[in-house]
Design a protein. Structure first.
Length: 95
């Protein structure tokens, strides 16, 4: 819920609030969605256990995406090196 430049929401019984921005709202909505998924699939966990599981879930997703980005960058670098080598083999000028 947004109120005069601030956002507020509850997460596992804790009221969180801060300065509202588009990025803050995106992050808050993402966290609330993940928290809802965890609560739905693990209704018997305590709020503390849900919070730890939420942190681990988000960290796992972050590390997975980071690894995927690193792999993509490595593939792009390899492709660029291959392209440069091919251009050099053709004897074309490289600027």
């Amino acid at each position: 819920m947004e109120m005069s430049g601030n956002y507020q929401f509850d997460l596992f019984g804790v009221r969180l609030q801060g300065q509202s921005s588009e990025e803050a709202n995106v992050v808050a909505n993402f966290v609330k969605k993940k928290a809802g998924e965890i609560t739905k699939s693990n209704p018997l966990l305590s709020n503390d256990e849900k919070a730890v599981l939420l942190a681990l879930t988000i960290a796992k997703e972050y590390l997975s995406l980071k690894r995927e980005i690193q792999n993509n960058v490595a593939q792009i670098e390899t492709s660029a090196e291959d392209a440069l080598r091919f251009i050099e083999e053709l004897g074309l000028p490289v600027s």
